[in-house]
Design a protein around this ligand. Structure first.
Ligand SMILES: [Zn+2]
Length: 325
């Protein structure tokens, strides 16, 4: 049994329970703060809304949520703390960085351009600051490092973030979870982290279910790392039906100990709301925190996936990943 950092302090890994390992309490793409029409951010309202949205999954038995929001997607630990307290669900937050295209890099690039420090050094120092001393003045320590790559390539800033994450992980023992874009770069992400000396069980390659190619999944799994089917309900590229078929195939090949399940949902967002046109909205019709419980697990069970296998993916694997046990 090991101690896990949550937003309300350290807990025993045995207390993690049923875990959704890639979700967001509140997140927003950079730029929302410059939108004159954005709703004014109110942390109390955001927390209240999140609690309302998350209540049903608390009732379904979820005990832990990993918030995969890096600082440059407006991570908010105060909101997470309020939600965790009110809802009595553990929340594990992240340090890390988002992709070069969609994260916030200008500040670090400017500092590197005048040779103050390399981007990798600054990232590493930042990760270590948050892991050892806590995030800002909150005292909250992250339980995981989140890094990301864009579509079909690992951009220079992303490579720096992976190397910095690896160094911080080696020194602190924190695991690393990733964002892959549209089913690309999974093997390359794993190779980069493994080459930096991170052990495979501390690596979780995210959004793998953005690909329905068994060959692609095996390429990543052959490296010994964990993979996440963490976008159930996001049916832009891959439908949940195809996701489940891919998952069942991998379970049949004996990979139950290396797969986790989640939605990548956000309970609250910053900025302006808005309605998608119907043809877009339909691709997200099941994208909610209950989707796995109401739509996915029943189908998996019907297909012969056992309660034991579900428990392995939703309780044991996240615990092993977070605790390094
Ligand atoms: Zn996410």
């Amino acid at each position: 049994m090991r101690k896990i950092n949550t937003v309300l302090g350290r807990i025993d890994s045995d207390d993690l329970g049923l875990t959704l390992p890639h979700e967001h309490i509140i997140a927003g793409y950079s730029g929302w703060a410059c939108d004159p029409l954005a709703k004014i951010f109110d942390p109390k309202k955001a927390a209240a809304q999140s609690v309302k949205v998350l209540q049903p999954i608390q009732a379904l038995g979820v005990r832990t949520i990993v918030d995969a929001t890096p600082p440059d997607l407006s991570r908010n630990v105060e909101v997470m703390k309020a939600v965790s307290e009110e809802l009595q669900v553990h929340i594990v937050c992240s340090t890390g960085r988002y992709s070069e295209e969609e994260g916030q890099w200008t500040y670090l690039k400017r500092r590197a351009s005048v040779k103050i420090n390399s981007i990798q050094t600054e990232l590493y120092e930042g990760f270590m600051q948050e892991i050892t001393n806590g995030i800002g003045s909150s005292g909250v320590q992250p339980g995981v490092i989140k890094v990301a790559t864009g579509f079909g390539r690992i951009a220079p800033c992303e490579e720096a973030s992976f190397r910095a994450a690896a160094q911080a992980s080696r020194e602190t023992g924190l695991p690393i979870m990733t964002h892959t874009e549209d089913g690309t770069m999974g093997p390359q992400q794993a190779d980069l982290l493994l080459a930096e000396g991170v052990s495979p069980e501390k690596i979780m390659i995210g959004h793998m279910c953005g690909s329905s190619s068994i060959a692609y999944h095996l390429e990543v799994l052959q490296r010994g790392v964990n993979i996440a089917f963490d976008r159930f309900g996001v049916e832009m590229l891959v439908s949940d039906q195809v996701r489940m078929e891919t998952l069942i195939g991998l379970l049949g090949m004996g990979y139950v100990h290396r797969i986790v399940l989640s939605h990548d949902c956000a309970a609250a967002t910053y900025g302006r709301g808005g309605r998608m046109p119907q043809e877009e909205a339909v691709k997200f019709k099941n994208w909610n925190f209950k989707n796995i419980f109401t739509n996915i697990l029943p189908v998996l069970k019907n297909a012969g996936v056992s309660d034991d296998q579900i428990r392995t993916m939703m309780v044991d694997n996240p615990r092993r990943f977070l605790s390094g046990e």
